[in-house]
Design a protein around this ligand. Structure first.
Ligand code: FMN
Length: 198
């Protein structure tokens, strides 16, 4: 147990915050999977639960998660995500599970807010829920990669997603081929944070 303040134990909530930073550091885009190691569906269910509990503007929850684990179908979705010319997302073929995230219609108040404030709340909501999913996956020892670059039309056709809806992201899920945690490449804090003014 971590202790500070002259030996006084930190309240439970602070301990959680420290653990959380470690979790955030551990999550990384995994682009190399062990294709032979199948992912337990109860782990996927817990990741979905973490996403389900995410906050959203006006609590609209404008998302649906399609878990693709049927091998033949998964192969086809992986092909639609593989942008060979750019050398992107080739790893999807080895990822045993792909989760396609559909942006659903928001409720009236969220729609109104989007309109009046000119802010795409549902897109923000989907992003937050996807990160909840990925953080839970990290807790489960799984690797994930969020992908925004894929043949959306093809993916929608394969999964029977209505034409009007958007498949915003795909999350690859599987056991990482390596347990190396890379150093994060991020802007320095001075560049992204200020106090009391821009
Ligand atoms: C909205 C979004 C779309 C992304 N699309 C892709 C993608 O199509 N292919 C890919 O390999 N990584 C993709 N990434 C992963 C980012 O490249 C990655 O998060 C970033 O470089 C930081 O690295 P890290 O996730 O390992 O910390 C995407 C991430 C986000 C949040």
């Amino acid at each position: 147990m971590i202790s500070v303040n002259n030996g006084k134990h930190l309240p439970e909530v602070y301990l959680c915050i420290m653990d959380f930073l470690e979790l955030v550091n551990t999550r990384q885009s995994c682009r190399s999977y062990n294709p032979a190691q199948t992912v337990e569906m109860e782990k996927i269910e817990r990741c979905i639960e973490a996403a389900r509990l995410a906050p959203s503007a006006c609590n609209a929850q404008p998302w649906k998660f399609i878990v693709v684990d049927e091998p033949e179908l998964k192969k086809k979705v992986a092909r639609a995500a593989d942008a060979s010319l750019l050398g992107m997302n080739r790893f999807t073929k080895d990822s045993p599970v792909l989760v396609v995230v559909v942006r659903e219609s928001a409720n009236l108040t969220s729609k109104l807010g989007t309109l009046l404030k000119d802010k795409p709340y549902p897109l923000m909501d989907v992003g937050i829920a996807v990160e909840h999913f990925c953080l839970q996956a990290t807790c489960e020892g799984l690797g994930t990669c969020i992908m925004g670059w894929f043949d959306e039309k093809k993916v929608k056709e394969l999964l029977g997603i209505p034409v009007k809806k958007r498949a915003e992201l795909i999350i690859s899920v599987g056991y990482p081929a390596s347990d190396e945690i890379r150093k994060k490449i991020r802007k320095p804090v001075e560049e992204i944070r200020s106090y009391n003014a821009y």
